[in-house]
Design a protein around this ligand. Structure first.
Ligand SMILES: *Cc1c(COP(=O)(O)O)cnc(C)c1O
Length: 401
């Protein structure tokens, strides 16, 4: 970015230009499709970046929001509401967690987990344990703490001093991880499936090893399932494939299907320091978000829904593997699981994404020159076929170019 021409300060964009926004105005969505203001129909295989897992304008979720909007929007966390108690209880019943705190976004939920972890060690009389280990390529959001954990150049450069307390090891390297644990280490934070960092799943064995290391050294294990959770891998949460559990977990994105929400889940032990006055949020847990979260859970936990996601995920995976085989000059690798996959590109991923967009298929980049495919979980095999035909066409053109 530093070599870009200096911005024209007399003509500065009214929206801070931190995103390279595509010149398309979307007006309406329906299931796996988006419609722009010119009436063009697009297949949406990025889903607001893993957010609209039930597709756009899902009737059950839309109705829940409308109904709640006519009743009550907010009362603050000074009072109780039933939608809030209900969603918290359901998340507790569905997971390892004993307790939940709701926030308004992913990074806020992640940061609530970091605070929970630090507070835990201070509460049990070990305040010297405050450092958190992350893996290279991780993404937890854009607050000062989250960029300190990620350490990616484009995120931290110019924003110093960068917050202390985050150490990093090579992605997937257990030897480096063990060597990095010191008497000041409090926790390990990790995405069970690396999202922004390149769509790379950690194996069930690896997750179990992480659990063992945490138990051995008395650390808390903190999963970020903001992208890979809420059914995206074919289980409600990705770590369920490994039959183990973290101590703390943050979720967001698909929990609201587009309505801003985040949640930090923890065991009672890990959350023991989070008592009255220690943390808060004005909007967190508001009835609108809670009504939506409950409606999303209704759909995702309905019998057969997740098995269907797994089946469609396998189908998409087969199709993508086939594309890699047939277009070695364009795609060098397929990675991911469930309905979150990436194709590593030979040309730049941004060129491929642009070409796909011209053909009305929406995807998004990830690190390591990957194109991410994040279809809504309600996608059908027919729509997957439609999308894969576009990828095939673009790859054929690209190979010939
Ligand atoms: C998107 C994402 C976040 C940040 O969520 P925001 O709602 O943008 O703050 C954090 N972690 C992971 C794994 C994500 O994919």
């Amino acid at each position: 970015m530093d070599d870009a021409a200096p911005p024209d300060l007399n003509n500065f964009p009214v929206i801070m230009p931190t995103y390279a926004r595509a010149d398309i105005y979307f007006e309406r969505g329906e299931g796996a499709y988006l419609f722009d203001d010119k009436g063009n129909r697009y297949i949406d295989f990025l889903s607001g970046i893993a957010v609209t897992s039930l597709g756009h304008a899902h009737p059950h979720v839309t109705k829940a929001l409308k109904d709640q909007a006519e009743k009550l929007w907010i009362v603050s966390n000074i009072f109780k509401t039933h939608p809030l108690d209900r969603l918290a209880q359901r998340l507790v019943d569905l997971t390892f967690a004993d307790t939940v705190f709701f926030q308004n976004s992913g990074v806020e939920a992640w940061e609530c987990g970091i605070k929970t972890i630090r507070k835990y060690f201070s509460t049990i009389g070990q305040p010297q344990r405050y450092r958190i280990i992350s893996f290279q390529g991780c993404f937890h959001g854009r607050t000062m703490a989250a960029i300190a954990a990620s350490k990616a150049d484009k995120m931290v450069k110019g924003f110093g001093p960068i917050m202390d307390g985050f150490d990093q090891v090579a992605w997937g390297n257990l030897n480096e991880l063990r060597a990095a644990v010191t008497e000041e280490t409090a926790a390990i934070t990790v995405e069970p499936v690396l999202g922004e960092g390149g769509m790379k799943p950690l194996s069930p064995d690896f997750l179990c090893e992480l659990r063992k290391i945490c138990d051995e050294f008395g650390l808390l294990l903190y999963f970020d399932e903001i992208q890979c959770g809420m059914g995206r891998t074919g289980k409600l949460f990705a770590h369920e494939w490994a039959n183990m559990a973290p101590d703390v977990m943050c979720i967001a994105k698909a929990l609201g299907n587009g309505f801003p929400i985040g949640a930090c889940l923890a065991t009672a032990k890990a959350a023991q320091g989070m008592v009255v006055g220690t943390h808060g949020s004005t909007y967190g847990g508001n009835p609108l978000a809670m009504a939506v979260g409950n409606a999303v859970l209704d759909v995702i936990t309905a019998p057969g829904f997740l098995a269907d996601v797994k089946q469609k995920g396998d189908y998409l995976q087969q199709k993508l593997d086939d594309l890699v085989r047939r277009h070695p000059k364009v795609f060098s690798d397929r990675r991911g699981t469930g309905l979150m996959h990436g194709l590593k590109c030979v040309p730049t991923n941004t060129d491929i994404i642009k070409s796909l967009r011209q053909e009305k298929l929406l995807t998004i980049f990830a690190a390591e020159n990957v194109v991410r495919f994040l279809p809504p979980l309600i996608v059908t095999e027919a729509v997957i076929d439609e999308a894969m035909a576009i990828v095939d066409r673009v790859a054929t053109q690209s190979a010939g170019a």
